[in-house]
Design a binder for this molecule. Sequence first.
Ligand SMILES: Nc1nc2c(c(=O)[nH]1)N[C@H]1C(S)=C(S)[C@@H](COP(=O)(O)OP(=O)(O)OC[C@H]3O[C@@H](n4cnc5c(=O)[nH]c(N)nc54)[C@H](O)[C@@H]3O)O[C@H]1N2
Ligand SMILES: Nc1nc2c(c(=O)[nH]1)N[C@H]1C(S)=C(S)[C@@H](COP(=O)(O)OP(=O)(O)OC[C@H]3O[C@@H](n4cnc5c(=O)[nH]c(N)nc54)[C@H](O)[C@@H]3O)O[C@H]1N2
Ligand SMILES: [Mo]
Length: 760
Amino acid sequence: MSKAKPSKDPKARTLPNSAAGFPSISSVAYRIWEETYVGRGVKTLFKLNQPKGFDCPSCAWPDPNPEDVSSVAEYCENGAKAVAWEITKNRVDRAFFKRHSVRELLAINDHWLEKQGRLTEPMILRPGSDYYEAVSWETAFSEIATHLHNLENPDQSIWYTSGRTSNEAAFLYQTFVRMLGTNNLPDCSNMCHEASGVALKQTLGIGKASVTLEDIRQTEVLMILGQNPGTNAPRMLTELQKLKQAGGKIIAVNPLPEAGLMGFRHPQKPWEWIGEATQLQDIYLPVGINGDLALLKALQKILWEAEKKQPGEIFDQTFIQSHTSGYKQLVDHLDTLSLGDLILASGLPEQAIRDTAELMMHSKRIIIAWAMGITQQRNAESTIREIVNLLLLKGAMGKPGAGTLPVRGHSNVQGDRTMGIWEKMPEPFMAKLGAAFSFHPPQKEGFGTVQSIQAMLDGQAKVFFGMGGNFALATPDTERVVEALQSCELTVHVSTKLNRSHLIHGKTALILPCLGRTEEDHTAHGRQFVSTEDTAGRVRMSMGDLPAASPQLKSEVAIVCGLARATLGAQHPTPWEDYAANYDLIRDKIEAVIPGFEQYNQRVRQPGGFFLPNGARDRNFQTPDGKAHFTVNEWLPPSIPSDRFILMTLRSHDQFNTTIYGNDDRYRGIRDSREIVMMHPDDMKRKGLKAMEKTRITSYFQGELRHLEGFAAIPYDIPAGSAAMYFPEGNVLVALNSHSPESHCPASKYIEVRIEKLAP
Ligand SMILES: Nc1nc2c(c(=O)[nH]1)N[C@H]1C(S)=C(S)[C@@H](COP(=O)(O)OP(=O)(O)OC[C@H]3O[C@@H](n4cnc5c(=O)[nH]c(N)nc54)[C@H](O)[C@@H]3O)O[C@H]1N2
Ligand SMILES: Nc1nc2c(c(=O)[nH]1)N[C@H]1C(S)=C(S)[C@@H](COP(=O)(O)OP(=O)(O)OC[C@H]3O[C@@H](n4cnc5c(=O)[nH]c(N)nc54)[C@H](O)[C@@H]3O)O[C@H]1N2
Ligand SMILES: [Mo]
């Protein structure tokens, strides 16, 4: 991707050792001032995550109980940035598109594109033209319908979803797509927590977290692997602080000493801005990239040796006997492993691992949290199953203060999956969906994200539709994705802001602008609200209260209904117009199809909403034999040539996925550039690289080479042999076929690379 405004030379500074506090408040104040009229911004913040407000459009961290919500808003710096970004006063209208050709926009950076403001009306790019032009909603829908009717079969269309879409919109959307006749419903989850869903479903019968906020407050030990809460789930820090105050211990497993794990000052408690930050982590394990599997096995091995000496003292044998299967096979496997090899592969000092095991040995209430550092690996499912093994050995499942915590990303990514956004929904769901809408849902498994890209490249798919998101940038292997999208007959995006996916287009392209979370949604039936599901499985209502950014915006629900009518025809029996007017009717259908939504319309209106059933939370495991499963996972010590590194791609403090708010990464002490690669100082010396020198990076995958030039090397506190750069810039280096085996989650945190000095 070319960049019009090259960023300045990065300035690395002393690292902060705590997160939040005064700088984060001033950063929010600045952003609100910059993006909006002040009054509108501040008033809106106070509605965030409040019982009658809207769900924060940023992360999926669990919402507190209504009685725990203080009079001050429940928000964080990055949630506030996401809101400010949506309620901007800037507009991208038809005059904007007259001024700028697609070619010209392509040369400008992504921060600038989104910064231009909210999209205001539907736009079309006709074949051969370089300018988007305004188009009516009717024409837009009939254009899409015509393309769909021209396909040889519905499997030639791809229907992507990003995780901001509400339950109501997502449910109708997948219903429409399945009525059309395809299960091609890839989503951002395919690149995110897909591996967690797969591994947890196999072992515990449910692909979601088993704990709630209450549990986090009651746990003795919380282990956090591969997650950066200070930046990506800042509201989690408040809970970590409470846990510490209650005497709980935190173990952080991360190649980087992330500021949010080291210490925390509460941004809404000014008296904490001076003085000592709460020291958060008790043990910090600077694991090498992908050393987690070996670490988890090493911990189990040490615990097992102790259990052999004191039977029943270390493991919860009562739980194991009554609720699990596969215990014998697991401990036999542990006997075959060499502790020395495991410790070596983890990249950690033996004593640190022994200290961790010691802490776990004497604790009964343990929670393990994880995110992208674990899921975006080639062996993601195995590592997650090892997390489950460790918890099950301790009986730390389905009781207060114990369990699994895969921290979800997008604010409603979990709800979208519950609503059926998945290329392979199970048979009972399909049967009920068919019965509720009197049709036969397609049987054939659809494409996930990686398979969708391949299908477009192979000419098997010709229409791409994106319900939110930024497919061109978020997906792996950027150059091939560009080729894939450009080979389509039609690309369509339902979006709030201009992004690169609008510029990397098929022969015909459409932009359909929609309402955001913060905005009022009025229909013929009155003011509507939607609902979302957070990481802990709580479903609650979300109602925006700002006027729409433009009178021509439609809600995502209305867009799905309009498109469904245009495509399926005037005679089609589903009352799309009624659904578009009255969302209660959609919720009635959800109730009819999906277990756990009994009395949906009534319970979603209660303050705080309601929790979905969660078998693992109640030790009622929904596996074929009703037990939680221990698993034996293959383990091969990693072998990479000595001149190569393992590179991870991650988020800076100033972005939301592909939305780039700015070029700083405050908590890591990096300023003014995203075009950097973090390396251990010894590795830099070995490669003859001085600080800020430009590099040439080559990635290797199955004989394929990919290159990235000009990124500045920065000496950083990262294990030797590991390197880091930002997502999405690093995506050009991720091979499409480099993913985990079972869930096909792109291995964007495990890229084998060579890093050299760029020849002048
Ligand atoms: N402000 C903000 N909030 C967000 C987002 C955002 O972009 N901005 N994105 C949202 C989304 S969709 C998601 S999925 C989440 C993502 O939230 P995170 O998973 O926290 O996001 P990443 O930046 O990808 O960071 C992953 C962490 O894993 C560590 N890591 C990398 N490789 C390894 C490894 O091999 N082992 C271990 N133990 N650690 C490793 C990295 O050092 C980093 O700290 O956040 C959500 N919230
Ligand atoms: N290398 C690498 N690649 C990654 C990752 C990584 O860590 N490393 N992380 C992966 C992960 S975890 C994820 S979740 C994906 C994210 O992938 P996506 O979800 O596809 O990307 P986003 O950047 O979140 O999408 C941003 C766009 O969404 C639109 N938008 C914002 N709000 C709304 C709304 O309310 N409705 C609609 N319709 N549109 C809206 C805006 O136009 C904005 O430009 O990326 C993945 N890709
Ligand atoms: Mo994500």
